[in-house]
Design a protein around this ligand. Sequence first.
Ligand code: ADP
Length: 162
Amino acid sequence: MRAQRKAIYPGTFDPITNGHIDIVRRATAIFDQVIVAVTTNPAKSPLFTVEERLEMARQALADIDNAVVDRFEGLLVDYARRVGAVAVIRGLRAVSDFEMEFQMALVNRKLYPDLVTVFLMPNEKYTYLNSTVVKEVARFGGNVSCFVPEVVERKLKERFGT
Ligand code: ADP
């Protein structure tokens, strides 16, 4: 029997959105296991703690059998080696994502030639969606129920008191 083919889907997930979940569903149809890897690197000064982001992602993905949620810090390629992943999943929403993603994929390939980066496109209705937009709408009391799962909507309301 061949080894399980694991893929990592890394990101800040601050918080997880329906766009992220769409990508996870597509990735789990291709790979045996998808690890949603929440970065603890503080570069983006996230709204939610790592623990909160992990918990929201776990609840949001509970119905997908072959998706698991984990945390990582440091270099993605080191984490990939450690867990034995063969691929990195990234979402491409628009051309604007491309340059940065292309650069990152090439750097990762230089560092770890056996690790393949796979780009997936979400459903068109999620192409304008990112975590920053969701936080901005929620901060001012707007309805985010079509952008995020229920657990995240609740958590945003709690955080902003809206
Ligand atoms: P963001 O780009 O929203 O700050 P992350 O750092 O958590 O989010 O992104 C992790 C990955 O998910 C990236 O590859 C990003 O392009 C992708 N992604 C984020 N939002 C979406 C979306 N709405 N549709 C598809 N992919 C997305």
